[in-house]
Design a protein around this ligand. Structure first.
Ligand code: MRU
Length: 375
């Protein structure tokens, strides 16, 4: 029997003793022969293509170009990218190693502005590096420490998703008809998923679960990635276009909503994929509970409320084109914000690995963070 490692990768050797890798479960990102390998999320579900990154610069490019995306996943990718940069470094002393390390930190921090997990992961790696440097660590010791920390960021994210999944599953009715937006699944995290982690945990707990995945224009994370993950897990899945959400709710087909988050401000305002706000307003109108599922690495206490969250604007071509086909006439202006902010007043609960935070979020988020520091 083939047994996947903790990253969901099976290693086998073919007949002429060359190692080959078979993807198993959901291999979002993993080490392989000293380089980072990630599934190219732009190509799913049509093709499972794997991209290899040999430098932090290549990891940065993979984040910018959406080869890997999703808030926790890009945090994990950045941490691993820093470890990769050190692993490949030929620096003769710690000063040179530090210059290379901090340069890679800057490069990765400039990839995407909204998901705070990216900056959280880079900050964590910087602290470990600086402490080890102060303690007089050698270049080899620094490399080993940073790689161990990156692997810890990855493993801890999977553990957080599993824990928050269990908390969130308790919020679902026994017969759950769930709407989710974008992809907050294994592909968007170290593994298992946040919103999809809740869905998976509810299924594992024996609840009947049917999921509506909205398309999530323009990048189609819902139609392509969420549906792909759920179908692979044999979970009842229906894809709708974004404009159908209101009718779906009016028809009584949804009794709970769960989405992920890219950044949660101190007051509980949540930045997530563009369209989340519309779904939350609709859920409020139809008295359907609206939950956000995210590890505490997504909470940003330095941002008081949603107005302070930087919203990435992406290339107009994502809206004007579908693949090579142009959808819009020449001369039409395009606006393409990748995220929106859902005000805390529309959110019934924020599910973290340390339990479900309820309004007022200013207090409950602090409590979740305190539990993270002293488990
Ligand atoms: O632009 P993306 O695909 O990186 O946006 C992803 C989302 O908005 C997700 O919902 C969010 O990151 C949560 S992922 C667990």
């Amino acid at each position: 029997m083939l047994v996947p490692n903790s990253l969901g990768i099976v290693m086998i050797w073919n007949l002429d003793r060359r190692r080959v890798t078979i993807p198993f479960m959901l291999p979002t990102i993993a080490w392989e022969d000293g380089v980072i390998v990630m599934v190219d999320q732009r190509k799913l579900p049509a093709r499972e293509v794997y991209v290899r990154c040999r430098t932090a610069r290549e990891v940065g490019k993979a984040i910018t170009k959406m080869v890997i995306r999703g808030a926790p996943a890009i945090g994990v990718a950045a941490a691993m990218g820093l470890a990769l940069e050190l692993r490949r470094s030929r620096a003769s002393g710690t000063n040179q190693l530090a210059t290379e390390f901090y340069r890679a930190c800057d490069l990765l921090a400039a990839t995407r502005p909204t998901a705070v997990n990216l900056f959280w992961a880079i900050g964590r790696m910087k602290r470990v590096f600086a402490e080890a440097l102060r303690a007089g660590g050698s270049t080899d010791e620094l490399k080993v420490l940073i790689e161990a920390e990156a692997n810890q960021v990855h493993d801890a994210d999977v553990a957080s998703c599993r824990a928050l999944g269990r908390h969130g599953a308790e919020l679902f009715p026994v017969d759950a008809r769930v709407l989710t937006h974008c992809n907050a699944g294994a592909l968007a995290t170290g593994g298992y998923g946040s919103a999809l982690g809740v869905i998976r945990a509810a299924v594992e707990a024996g609840k009947r679960v049917a999921v509506y995945a909205d398309e999530t224009r323009p990048f189609l994370q819902g139609a392509r990635l969420t549906a792909w993950e759920l179908v692979r897990d044999d979970i009842d899945t229906t894809v709708i276009t974004d404009g159908m959400v209101g009718s779906l709710m009016l028809a009584g087909k949804v009794n709970v909503v769960v989405v992920g988050a890219d950044r949660i401000a101190a007051n509980g305002d949540v930045a997530n994929k563009i369209g989340t706000y519309t779904v939350a307003v609709m859920a409020k109108e139809h008295s359907i509970p609206f939950y956000v599922a995210a590890p505490v690495s997504t909470i940003d206490l330095d941002t008081t409320d949603g107005s302070g969250i930087p919203i990435e604007e992406r290339d107009a071509r994502e809206v004007s084109h579908l693949g090579a086909s142009q959808l819009t006439p020449e001369g039409a202006a395009i606006w393409n914000p990748a995220f929106d902010v859902t005000p805390a007043s529309l959110i019934d609960g924020i599910v973290t690995e340390h339990g479900v935070c309820r309004p007022p979020f200013t207090e409950s988020l602090l409590k979740a963070l305190a539990r993270a520091e002293c488990p």
